[in-house]
Write a protein that binds this ligand. Structure first.
Ligand SMILES: N[C@@H](CCC(=O)N[C@@H](CS)C(=O)NCC(=O)O)C(=O)O
Length: 125
């Protein structure tokens, strides 16, 4: 159930080159959640961001009194705070497939096997 103390004035620390950040940005975009994005230079992280609980790792979401980081945790948090539309399908097998695909893309974002697998299933991913 979403918190009754719903976060407002959200700031997302993110990096364009970071697939974990993109994962969280996609979730926020799907939910239509308004967020200020701070683009973090991964080669020169601001000292103030290094001093946060995320210790300079993107993605991280901050709001008044709250800080969440780690793309899996973040996307679970986002899905719980803004349940509609859900991030995952209702069907158990489709949910497993979606989770497998996300896991593959997180660990091997440009995996040729992933693209071949999708093509074999007649999918365009
Ligand atoms: N497990 C984390 C990994 C995030 C991550 O590795 N982010 C990279 C940029 S793509 C980073 O900020 N690394 C800096 C560090 O770990 O100190 C997640 O899912 O969010």
């Amino acid at each position: 159930m979403p918190s009754t103390n719903r976060p407002t004035a959200l700031t997302l620390y993110s990096a364009v080159a970071c697939n974990y950040s993109q994962r969280t940005r996609i979730a926020l975009a799907l939910k239509g959640t308004k967020v200020d994005v701070v683009e973090v230079d991964l080669l020169d992280r601001p000292a103030a961001f290094m001093a946060t609980p995320a210790r300079g790792t993107v993605p991280a979401l901050e709001w008044d009194g709250g800080f969440v980081y780690g793309s899996s945790t973040l996307n679970e948090f986002i899905d719980e705070q803004w349940p509609d539309p859900p991030l995952l399908p209702g069907d158990i097998l489709q949910r497993a497939d979606a989770r497998s695909w996300v896991s593959l893309k997180m660990h091997r974002p440009r995996s040729p096997e992933a693209d071949i697998g999708s093509a074999n299933r007649g999918e365009s991913r």
